[in-house]
Design a protein around this ligand. Structure first.
Ligand SMILES: [Zn+2]
Length: 441
């Protein structure tokens, strides 16, 4: 592994004179080395041929360059031009050659690269756990769920400004529609992702299943025993819930899920039957009742008048009404452990409401979960079951960060069979920097 002499005992400070551009990349590159990512990629991509530039080094450097904002492979020059800083760096043609070799390697190369990334993650997580005593817990409003590893699944749209493989027109423009699985404990670290055509569906069950398996495989084995999986939108396909239910039933493992549920006729009927007192106040990110000022509230913004505050959202469980309502068990086809919850919120002025929502003025969101009804303490409360689903919104933060780090601009071409994702490497390296650096450095 190449480490330039001056980088030993490196200290970081803000400001300074004679600053070298892109110098921060050194840290990223060192991290790739210290987590074993570079070495792992070297072994994964080793060939008996004599090579001037080790392919693991080239690939890790490419990942770093993309994290630094490179949009096309030729932007790799940023590093190539700074040999004093980085030591020997491959040329742009060598970078291209490396990528073509990986693409030619087919699924075998793909598997090896994925395994190298997973091994690096195992080391980074072990060091985080060694330093802090455990992996960070899952933040649920004012509480933290410890000892559980949380996977969140979501689809996003990325834009392509030129003609790229798999780019297609979609509901937001022209580009790709990747599906991502991120780990909530480590701040939205990408575990797995699937590059898909621009026109791919948001809730394609087969894609969700494949991504879920890849995400679990990406988690270091010691952290797979207690899982929490959440999926937004109307993600609750039979196939996905069935798979989650099977995973939850394995001996020695625990898995709770929370997946978006569609609001259809049977749910509308059930909602109309919920008695007023069955709706509990929802809580916000601080664990306090979500409320806002009434339209005719007094001038004192911090007053204590009951009439001046309106509870903004409520939660209730619909399982009883759906399973034992007048129409018989309407959830027969679903696992017996599955429960359905609903949240109603006061819509923002001007929000688009369905006819049903316009009828009673609330906006509804539903989700299904297997969190047991007999859970004691705060975790069994509907308000926290709501929060556990709602923090799905944090995925969106993770995706935004990923896009800033390059997820939004793929390399100038994407490899078919297999799709070798530099973005995956890149985001992994970036994320390891954010979460693993204090432990590794
Ligand atoms: Zn008041």
């Amino acid at each position: 592994m190449q480490v330039t002499g001056w980088s030993r005992g490196l200290e970081v400070s803000g400001g300074g004179q004679g600053v070298v551009s892109h110098a921060g990349l050194v840290l990223l590159r060192q991290l790739a080395d210290k987590t074993g990512l570079t070495g792992g990629l070297s072994r994964a991509l080793a060939t008996p041929r004599f090579l001037v530039h080790d392919r693991g080094r080239v690939t890790a450097d490419l990942a770093c360059a993309i994290a630094d904002g490179a949009r096309v492979i030729s932007d790799f020059r940023v590093m190539t031009d700074q040999q004093k800083l980085f030591g020997p760096v491959a040329s742009v043609p060598t970078a291209w050659r490396t990528l073509k070799e990986i693409a030619r390697g087919g699924t075998r190369a793909d598997r090896r690269v994925t395994a190298a990334v997973a091994t690096a993650r195992r080391l980074a997580w072990a060091q985080v756990a060694a330093r802090h005593g455990a992996l960070p817990g899952v933040r649920l409003a004012d509480r933290t769920l410890a000892g559980v590893t949380c996977i969140r699944l979501d689809a996003t749209v990325t834009f392509a400004h030129s003609d790229k493989e798999l780019a297609e027109a979609n509901f937001k423009g022209y580009g790709h529609h990747p599906l991502l699985a991120v780990c909530d404990n480590t701040g939205g670290e990408p575990l797995a992702w699937m590059l898909r055509r621009g026109s791919a569906g948001s809730n394609t069950a087969a894609d969700h299943l494949q991504l879920l398996d890849a995400a679990i495989a990406a988690i270091p084995p010691g952290f797979r025993r207690k899982l929490m999986v959440t999926c937004d939108g109307a993600g609750a396909s039979h196939a996905l819930v069935k798979r989650l239910d099977e995973l939850a039933a394995r001996r020695g493992y625990e898995l709770t899920y929370s997946v978006g549920w569609a609001l259809a006729e049977r749910e509308r009927t059930a909602l109309q039957l919920v008695p007023g007192q069955a709706w509990q106040a929802a809580i916000d990110g601080r664990g306090e009742v979500r409320e806002r000022r009434a339209d005719d509230a007094c001038a004192n913004l911090s007053c204590a008048h009951r009439a001046c505050w309106i509870e903004e959202a409520h939660v209730t469980e619909l399982t009883g009404l759906l399973r034992c309502g007048p129409g018989g068990d309407q959830l027969r086809a679903w696992p017996a452990t599955m429960r359905v919850f609903a949240r109603r919120e006061r819509p923002h002025p001007g929000a688009q409401l369905t006819l049903f929502e316009a009828g009673d003025g609330w906006r509804y969101s539903l989700w299904a979960t297997n969190r047991p009804a007999d859970t004691r303490g705060w975790l069994g409360q509907a308000a926290y079951i709501d929060v556990a689903h709602r923090v799905q919104a944090r995925v969106e933060d993770a995706i935004r960060t990923g896009k800033d780090a390059g997820l939004g601009h793929f390399p100038s071409f994407i490899f078919s069979s297999p799709v070798v994702d530099l973005s995956d490497l890149r985001v992994c390296v970036v994320d390891t920097v954010v979460h693993g650096l204090p432990a590794v450095a």
